[in-house]
Design a protein around this ligand. Structure first.
Ligand code: CA
Length: 225
């Protein structure tokens, strides 16, 4: 899951980013509306936390611009503007949620968890596929009810494949969603993490649950193929 935090109060922005990074998300930040606009056009985010009052381009303008071409990326507006009119305007413009400042980091995290799970209707915090389970809150993976110790990147890859069950996910897509902008994401590094993840799951399950089709990508499957 890759997020962008757009917030001009640098301290707040960094605190939010740090907390979301600890919660297992890959996080990019920017403090300015024009810069945010550039990031959004160039990258493919799963969710954007968007402040409204920004230097450069206004948050509402950024949201409207995004929604002209992109319905997929979730947007959570974060703003001190408490007037109901702003809330309505934001939701009408295609925001998925709205949180007023000041807020508790735990509430922001809970709302983000809920938004990023929404495309894959899921009531609890766990994602499942056959005998594989991933707890999105604790960032823990299980195979046959046995805890599997995974690295941060392996967790990210597994979560993304579980959220996109039933279709192949390409290497490029994984780079976009599981790696942040600070990492130089050459494909070799994906292969290393992927191969280690597959080995760890196979060791418990007795089969490799991730199928790789050349030219298509990786698909997670429920049982031995
Ligand atoms: Ca602001």
């Amino acid at each position: 899951m890759r997020l962008l935090i757009v917030e001009d109060e640098k301290k707040l922005c960094d605190t939010v980013a740090k907390s979301l990074y600890s919660a297992g998300y890959e996080v990019d930040t920017c403090y300015d509306g024009n810069e945010a606009s550039d990031y959004i056009m160039a990258e493919n985010y799963d969710l954007i936390v968007l402040d409204l009052n920004l230097p450069g381009k206004d948050g509402m303008e950024i949201l409207k611009e995004l929604r002209e071409t992109n319905e997929e990326t979730k947007v959570l507006i974060l703003s001190a503007r408490s007037q109901i009119a702003d809330k309505v305007e934001g939701l009408d413009a295609g925001a998925n949620d709205y949180l007023e400042k000041p807020f508790h980091l735990q509430e922001l995290e809970a709302r983000i968890r809920s938004l990023t799970r929404r495309k894959f209707v899921q009531k609890d915090v766990c994602l499942h596929c056959g005998e594989i389970k991933f707890n999105t809150k604790k960032r823990e993976a299980y195979a046959k009810d046995e805890f599997v110790s995974l690295t941060r990147k392996e967790n990210g890859i597994l979560e993304y494949l579980l959220l996109n069950q039933g279709r192949p996910v390409s290497q490029e897509e994984l780079i976009e969603h599981v790696w942040d902008a600070s990492v130089d994401s050459f494909s070799g590094s994906i292969r290393v993490h992927m191969s280690s993840l597959r080995k760890k799951l196979k060791a418990v399950l007795g089969y490799d649950p991730i199928i790789n089709k050349i030219g298509e990508g990786y698909t997670i499957v429920e049982k031995k193929q």
